[in-house]
Design a protein around this ligand. Structure first.
Ligand SMILES: NC(=O)c1ccc[n+]([C@@H]2O[C@H](COP(=O)([O-])OP(=O)(O)OC[C@H]3O[C@@H](n4cnc5c(N)ncnc54)[C@H](O)[C@@H]3O)[C@@H](O)[C@H]2O)c1
Length: 273
């Protein structure tokens, strides 16, 4: 199995809420040494205080900032290294959804409006580019720590050096009204498979979990009528997935070095044609 979590340091983004908050709680319960919990919502501080109190130790360290901010990202990794040791686990889960049809026609004016390009760029910046760079920063953290110990390439064996789990989505397969979001989540597949091939040189595994509709503020903000009529009846569960169920899938991917690639935690629902 992967090395003892009690010596491991993680960075989880989007940790003030939903899936990432549940990942922080579970990794804490599984005995991880320290987690840098990143979110631009100030609620991240209260979440860390609450989970630390549950755990009975100062495991979670809050960092309030924007994941697209490069200087902030460098600061988090440097500060975590100083406080707890080099970061070797990352779940770059911070994400946004900005739905809208790709092309919308005004039948009266006989004009067509394209999906807002600023929203496209913003969604890509947060969901794809930032997630990729937080992951690459983690690979760099492992590689530098190895170099500092006089080690280069990892030779294999049981002591896997690092784990990254991206949070994709069922929408990566294409979903009506989600041209931006789907592009970012499908993009993460290409990033994941490329980083997996490069990072194993340093002993870092890279995986992705594709959740279905999960009961978090992101989904609670959506049109509940659409979810009730078009999603829930077609799932295996007849209900939304819980953040804890997705967190468990992510922690499984972190914990078990025999598992690679993608895990679909979708309750059997896939976007229709
Ligand atoms: N909820 C679902 O059904 C579902 C399904 C598939 C994938 N996902 C993915 O799971 C991840 C977590 O989503 P969630 O459902 O828990 O949503 P959520 O809205 O509960 O949590 C997302 C968190 O990310 C933070 N965030 C957003 N932009 C940020 C930024 N620029 N910098 C720092 N923090 C930022 C938010 O403040 C929030 O706390 C996302 O990547 C989402 O796309 C969610």
């Amino acid at each position: 199995m992967t090395s003892n979590l009690s010596k491991r340091v993680a960075v989880i983004t989007g940790g003030a809420s939903g899936i990432a908050r549940a990942v922080c709680r579970q990794l804490g319960r599984e005995g991880i040494k320290a987690i840098g919990v990143v979110d631009f919502n100030e609620a991240v501080r209260g979440v860390c205080t609450e989970i630390n109190a549950e755990l009975g130790r100062e495991c979670l360290i809050p960092y309030q900032g924007d994941v697209t901010d490069r200087a902030f990202r460098s600061h988090v990794f440097a500060d975590m290294k100083h406080r707890a040791g080099p970061v070797t686990i990352c779940v770059p889960a911070a994400g946004i959804v900005r739905d809208g049809l790709a092309v919308k026609v005004d039948k009266v004016a006989k004009t067509a409006k394209l999906y807002d390009q600023d929203l496209m760029e913003k969604t890509i910046a947060v969901n794809l580019i930032a997630a990729t760079y937080w992951a690459m920063e983690t690979i760099a953290s492992v590689a530098v720590a190895r170099a500092e110990r006089g080690q280069n390439g990892w030779k294999g064996g049981d002591d896997v050096q690092g784990e990254i789990v991206f949070v994709g989505s069922i929408s990566s397969a294409g979903n009506k009204g989600q041209v931006a979001y789907a592009a970012t989540k499908a993009g993460l597949e290409g990033v994941r498979s490329t980083l997996a091939k490069e990072a194993i040189y340093y002993g870092v595994r890279v995986a992705i979990v594709h959740p279905g509709f999960t009961n978090t503020p992101m989904v609670q903000a959506m049109d509940q009528k659409i979810i009730a009529e078009h999603v829930l009846p077609k799932t295996q569960l007849g209900r939304l997935i819980t953040p804890e169920e997705i967190a468990d899938a992510i922690c499984f991917m972190i914990r078990n070095p025999a598992v690679s690639g993608a895990l679909w935690a979708d309750a059997g629902w896939h976007p229709p044609a």
